[in-house]
Every structure is written in C-alpha cells, then in structure tokens.
Ligand binder design. Structure first.
Ligand SMILES: Nc1nc2c(ncn2[C@@H]2O[C@H](COP(=O)(O)O[C@H]3[C@@H](O)[C@H](n4cnc5c(=O)[nH]c(N)nc54)O[C@@H]3COP(=O)(O)O)[C@@H](O)[C@H]2O)c(=O)[nH]1
Length: 616
C-alpha cells in the first residue's frame, strides 16, 4: 500500500473517531441525564401513588360506605400530600395532580384543576375494599421541567463535544501533516548535512535547464570531491568525518548565491548547480575559487584542526550536455581529471575526458576478475650493492597483461585499485607470489637475496595485515629475513603511532622494512628514529638531476648522512647513468636500483643474471 493510501486511511480513521466521540459526548450526556431524571421522577410519582393510595384505602376500610362522601376530608388529605413532606418522601419540585377515580375512571376528586403542561408522567394504583376494587388513585406530574433541564445538558454536551472534537481531529492531523512533511523532506534531502540529495538535484537541474533554454542562459554543474576526506574519516573516526562534511556543506552553501543549489550526492561527493549563468568560464572561475578557498580553510573539530582540499569538475549546459544525466556524467569525468592532475584544482569538461573515464570504468570492471584470470604478472628489478656491484635483492613490480590493452603499467591501475579497495586482494597476491618466487630461486641454488614488495596504504591499514604476511611466509617456506616491505613515508605519516605498532609487529616476525620515496613525504626527522626500518630509499626525483644539480646533490648527501647516523642502509632509486652511480659511490651510498643496472625484468632474467655473475 502506498504512503498516500495509508495517509488517506489514517485521515478517515481520525474523522470517524472524532465523529464517534462527538456523538458519544453530545448525545449520551443528555440521554443519560434524561434517563436518570426520568427514573427518579417516575419512581417518585409511583411512590406518591402508592402512599396516597394506601391512605385512601385506610379511609375506605374504616368506613366502607361513607368514604365517597367524605370529600373534604379526602381533599385535605390529597392537598396535604401534594405539597408537603410525608412518610420520608420529599415532595417533588414539580407540581403533582392527585386524582381519585371511579372504576370507570371518571374523577371523584382531583386536588388541582390546572392542566399540567405536556408531557405528563402518571401512575395509577387500584384501591380495594377487602379484595374488591372500588376506585383508582392516580398521581400525575409534568416532565416539562426535566425536559428543559435536559435541553440545557444537551447544549452543554454539544459544547463539550465540540471542545473535544476540535483537538481530537486537529492534533493527529497536524502530527500526520508534520510527519508527511518530514518524509517529503527526507526523501529530498541528505540527513547528515540537510542539503538537497540526488532526487532533488534532478528536479532542480531540470528546472534550471528549462529556464536557461527559455532565456538563452547557461547552467553550470560543478562536481566536487573532497581530496583527503577518506584518510581523515579512516584515521580520526566517522564522527569527526561527519562533522567535517556538515561544516563543509554549510560553508559551500554560504558561498554560493541563494538561487544556486548545493547537493550532497553521498560520501564526500557534492554537486553545485550554478543557476542562470551569463557565459561559461570567466564569471564561474571566481565562484569556484571562492568555493575552493572556503573548503580549504582550517576547521577545528574537537582537539583536531583539519584541512581538506577538493577537486572540482565542471560541465555547462548547453555546450557540455543538454540533460541531467549527460551533465552529471561529464562533470564527473572533469572531476576525475582534476584528481588525476594532482587534486585541489578544477577542470572544465572536454570530450576527451570521457574516454579517460570510460577507460577507468573499463579497467575497474576488468580488474574484478583479472586475478582469477591470472592476468597480473610480476617483474623484478635488481638492487645492487654499490661498492661490490653484487645483486643483493630485487624489487617486485606488478604489471597487468590485459587481453585487449596489452601490458598495462602499475601507475594506470594501482591508484584505481587503491581507490576501489581491490588493492587488498591484488597486494596479497603480489606478496604471496613474490615469497614463493624467492623461495623457488633459493631452491634453484641461487644465493639468497632480499625480495622487496611494495605495500599500499590501503593494504597496510588492513587489520590482519601482519597475519597475511606471516601466512605468505609460512605458505612459501621463505625465511622472514629475505622479505622486505617497502612503505612510503606518507603512509607512515598518516597515522604514525599505528604505523610504528604494525612495523614493530612485522619486525618481530623478522621481516625487514624500508621507507620508500624518502624525502617526498614530509616525515619529521625526529620521528624517523622511532621507525623500526632497516633502509631508506632516496626518491628517484632527487637522483634524476645528479650530479649536475647542486640542490639535489645536497639532498642526496644529507639523506645518506642521516641514514648512516641512524644506522640505516641507504638505497638510491632510479639510477640511470654512470655519473649518477659514481656520485653515489663517492658519497658512500649503500645500494642502488635503476635502469643503469637493469630495468624490471621477468623472474627468468634474474636467474640468468645470477648464472652470468657466477660464471664471471
Ligand atoms: N602497491 C603496489 N605498488 C606497486 C606495485 N608494483 C609497482 N607499484 C608501484 O607502481 C609505481 C610505478 O611502478 P613502475 O612503473 O614499475 O616503476 C618502477 C620502476 O620501473 C621505476 N624505475 C626503476 N628504475 C628506474 C629508472 O632508472 N628510471 C626510471 N625512470 N624509472 C625507474 O620506478 C618505479 C619503482 O618505484 P618505487 O616503488 O618507488 O621503488 C611505483 O610507485 C611502484 O611502487 C605493487 O605490486 N604494489
């Protein structure tokens, strides 16, 4: 049954109850009053008739032949009884007419000649001489007074019924109306922020498009996604995340015009409909800048001061789409482009963006069963001891052998896997395969080397991550000391305490840890000494311009010195030239990895490298 039908039924029920209660009060009250009064008066009249009747019967019995002639005496008796208290019975306030009647019911005596006002209540008793009926005694009383009183009570009853009926009907109807309004509001608004939701977005955007079509104006749809919301939500909890969303929503609302609509699509995704735009880019840019600035303002929640940025994508009617679905799809594509371009910026939609989004969807769907179809492959890049030139380990690097797109590099699908959570399964597969491969190399008689595996933030946050690592080691039979997990600096900095706890757990298992991309993640140098890591990897961006660039020289030398002071091994990434190798050799960097020695290669190539090394 629809909500509308239920409501109609409820209204009918409320009306019926109101009518029933009104009738009960308005009719039953005077009815009850009348019945009580009637019974009382009827009883009184009957009592009078019996008492008087017995007195007259006494007179008859005393003087069986003469009582008919004792008119005065009987009259006095009747008058007496009709106006005074007698025998414990108080006389009724309504006048009574007492009559002594013949057997043919013609009057012998009557105490009052006045005609009693209608309606009249009467009671008759038969008078006997011995056992023989000789007369009747009748008492009559008017019910007029009682009827008038009943009318007053009826009037009062109706007033009371009205007083009850008004709130009885209006209160539940008001509550019903309020609940209907609440339901309608809930159906069109987001509960957390109070902003319009997707359903209302369709309606408002349609209206805006119709208006723009008629007056030859434009409508711009801005798709907004908060950049680092997920990290905040995961690390500080949902309550803080909710507060952040509420405040961000309020800030956006305050920034745009009242005719514009801010919508929450869900999660950390918002949409703004910029209504009635004169032209496309220029005037909008100011608004977008304001929205971006207002979102980026620091926000104090509890003891935390939070900063979020946002990525925005824009699609404009009519140029980028003429209906709600197309505009939304294109603004979404533009937003993804903004994300891909480093976040915290806005992008206007271009048709090429859709092909990127299509690829994204295509990859996302393909990734779901790529594991089952065995489409992922691992390459291994040697890590070399700079002083001896010996391979001391390899870094595991994934590739996706796509049946249609060919070999896909990790940067095209790992961020997507990270976003969708698929990285957890993929990462586990990489870990297990890498451990088995290293053990297989050992079984082939190769000298034991260290196998480095990249750990993504999402994987590291898994509650049972350490357990997965231990199970991969057990399953492969690889000793923990031959496994190294590479964790990025920014991952550690997301939640330093937890990262240290997990790293300690892994270190206790005997697994080695290294900090990847060192120098790019703003880790505080003081906290570095608490990280249970064995190695730091200088990011390739600092190696690329060596030895020519003075600043990169200083950074590389500083990282090497810092690492050695903390008793850590230092590895240089992305070493491509002999000059770079020489610089690192002179500055006592411990290990290196890069195209200068070898690109990432399949497992068989690593085996051949070892065979060559042994032969030479
Ligand atoms: N979570 C996981 N991340 C992974 C995994 N496999 C790879 N990745 C990450 O993807 C990023 C890109 O990797 P890739 O394209 O494989 O690039 C690596 C090397 O090929 C490249 N490299 C190495 N030497 C050189 C060089 O001399 N020049 C040059 N231009 N590039 C070089 O560097 C990448 C290795 O980077 P890093 O991991 O920082 O050591 C990359 O971030 C991978 O981490 C995976 O299984 N899981």
């Amino acid at each position: 049954m629809s909500q509308q039908q239920t409501d109609v039924r409820l209204i009918k029920l409320i009306n019926t109850i109101t009518v029933c209660v009104s009738i009960a009060v308005g009719v039953a009250l005077p009815g009850l009053y009348f019945l009580t009064k009637f019974n009382h008066q009827h009883g009184e009249v009957a009592a009078f008739a019996h008492i008087h009747g017995s007195l007259v019967t006494n007179a008859i019995n005393k003087n069986p032949h003469m009582w008919r002639f004792e008119e005065h005496k009987l009259m006095a008796l009747m008058a007496d009884f009709s106006n005074t208290e007698h025998g414990g019975v108080t006389h009724n306030k309504y006048n009574s007419v007492h009559s002594l009647l013949n057997l043919d019911r013609s009057a012998i005596l009557r105490n009052d000649e006045a005609v009693l006002p209608w309606p009249v209540l009467s009671h008759e008793v038969t008078l006997y001489d011995a056992t023989k009926p000789v007369a009747f005694y009748r008492v009559e009383q008017t019910m007029r007074g009682m009827m008038i009183e009943t009318l007053f009570v009826a009037g009062f009853g109706m007033l009371l019924a009205l007083l009850i009926a008004i709130p009885l009907r209006t209160l539940p109807l008001r509550a019903l109306r309020q609940s209907q309004q609440r339901l309608v509001h809930m159906a069109h608004h987001d509960i957390l922020t109070g902003l319009p939701n997707r359903a209302l977005l369709d309606d408002r955007l349609n209206q805006a498009i119709l208006y723009a079509r008629r007056y030859e104006r434009q409508v711009t749809l801005v798709f907004i996604d908060l950049d680092n919301f997920k990290t905040i939500n995961d690390s500080l909890g949902h309550d803080i995340g909710d507060e952040l969303l509420k405040e961000t929503a309020e800030r956006m609302k305050q920034t745009v015009r009242q005719t514009d609509t801010v919508v929450r699509l869900g999660g950390d995704e918002f949409v703004i409909i910029l209504f009635d735009q004169p032209e496309k880019a220029e005037s909008i840019t100011n608004t977008l800048q304001k929205v971006r600035d207002v979102i980026a303002q620091p926000l104090a929640i509890g003891s935390h001061t939070l900063r979020v940025t946002c990525s925005m994508g824009l699609a404009t009617y009519p140029e980028d789409g003429e209906d709600v679905t197309t505009l939304l799809k294109n603004a979404d594509a533009a937003m993804y482009q903004a994300k891909a371009l480093g976040r915290n910026n806005f992008q206007f939609y271009t048709p090429e963006m859709n092909s990127k989004l299509q690829e994204r969807v295509f990859l996302q769907q393909g990734m779901l069963d790529a594991l089952a179809k065995n489409e992922f492959v691992l390459l291994y890049q040697p890590q070399v001891h700079i002083q001896t030139g010996q391979i001391i380990g390899v870094e595991t690097l994934i590739r996706w052998q796509h049946p249609e797109l060919g070999l896909i590099p990790p940067l095209r699908f790992i961020p997507l896997a990270e976003e969708t959570g698929m990285i957890v399964q993929i990462g586990e597969w990489v870990l297990r395969t890498a451990c088995k491969q290293n053990k297989a190399w050992q079984a082939l008689g190769m000298p034991p080397i260290k196998m480095s595996v990249n750990v993504s933030p999402r994987q590291f946050k898994e509650k049972n991550w350490a357990l997965i690592v231990s199970s991969a080691l057990q399953e492969s039979g690889l000793e923990a000391k031959y496994l190294e997990l590479e964790i990025t600096e920014s991952l550690i900095m997301e939640n330093v305490e937890r990262a240290i706890a997990v790293m300690n757990e892994l270190q206790e298992m005997g697994v080695q840890l290294s900090i990847d991309d060192f120098g790019t993640g703003y880790s505080s140098l003081s906290s570095l000494k608490h990280f249970p890591v064995a190695r730091i990897k200088i990011d390739q961006s600092f190696i690329r311009s060596l030895p020519g660039n003075d600043e990169d020289q200083s950074i590389a030398m500083a990282v090497i010195a810092l690492g050695h002071k903390l008793k850590l091994k230092v590895v240089a990434e992305g070493v491509e030239t002999e000059q770079q190798r020489a610089f690192l050799y002179e500055n006592e960097c411990d290990e290196m990895q890069g195209y200068h020695f070898s690109k990432p290669v399949p497992a068989a190539s690593i085996e051949q490298m070892f065979v060559k090394t042994i032969r030479s």
